[in-house]
Design a protein around this ligand. Structure first.
Ligand code: 5GP
Ligand code: MG
Length: 178
């Protein structure tokens, strides 16, 4: 399907499934090489990264674990602004090699927050993998160790990414059409 409609918006295909899957095999290959013998813990950031995490994980052939977490954000009072809350870290990360699996890094706010919170658990090393990266939107200095695709500042849906809760089940990634 070249074009799809979700609610009031039309989206055009941007990254086809075949390209996503081929790139994930490459990324998983790099991770296998880098992390072999380190028994890493992968942290999948819900909801958006669930398909990416599953496809990376299926292509790993090293000893490894996976755990799932979520950043919930809510509007605080006017003085405190936007408050984030991290839920779901149950495994002990102390002295472990950790690899964060994210769907997309946009401004980098979430990435910075995740890194700061996960550091408190005193891991040996934290690496960051994101399927998508919008370099033009980035507002922080964040080191991304594994990036699937650099994309422009378009609004994307599919393959885990949603528009108003919908579209996560699409196998391809679509961008908002003008
Ligand atoms: P950041 O904190 O880097 O600004 O943004 C991270 C979050 O914003 C992502 O995890 C995702 O939920 C959302 N986001 C950023 N860009 C897009 C996009 O193009 N499409 C969708 N569906 N979500 C996005
Ligand atoms: Mg995300």
């Amino acid at each position: 399907m070249e074009r799809i409609t979700i609610k009031d918006k039309t989206f055009a295909i941007n990254i086809p499934e075949s390209k996503i899957q081929a790139r994930i095999i490459e990324l998983a290959g790099e991770i296998n090489t880098d992390m072999r013998g380190k028994s890493p813990v992968f942290l999948c950031v819900l909801n958006g990264a669930f398909l990416f995490a599953a496809d990376v994980f299926k292509n790993l052939d090293i000893e490894c674990e996976i755990s799932f977490l979520r950043v919930s954000s809510y509007e605080g009072t006017a003085s405190t602004g936007h408050i984030k809350n991290l839920v779901g870290i149950s495994a002990s990360l102390k002295d472990r090699h950790v690899v964060i699996l994210e769907d997309i890094v946009d401004t980098g706010d979430t990435a910075i927050y995740l890194l700061q919170e996960i550091k408190k658990h005193q891991p040996k090393e934290i690496r960051f993998a994101s399927l998508l990266f919008k370099p033009k939107a980035l507002r922080h200095e964040v080191k991304l160790d594994y990036v699937g695709f650099e994309v422009p500042n378009d609004f994307l849906v599919g393959y885990g990414l949603d528009y108003d809760g919908l579209g996560r089940n699409l196998r391809d990634i679509y961008k908002l059409a003008e």
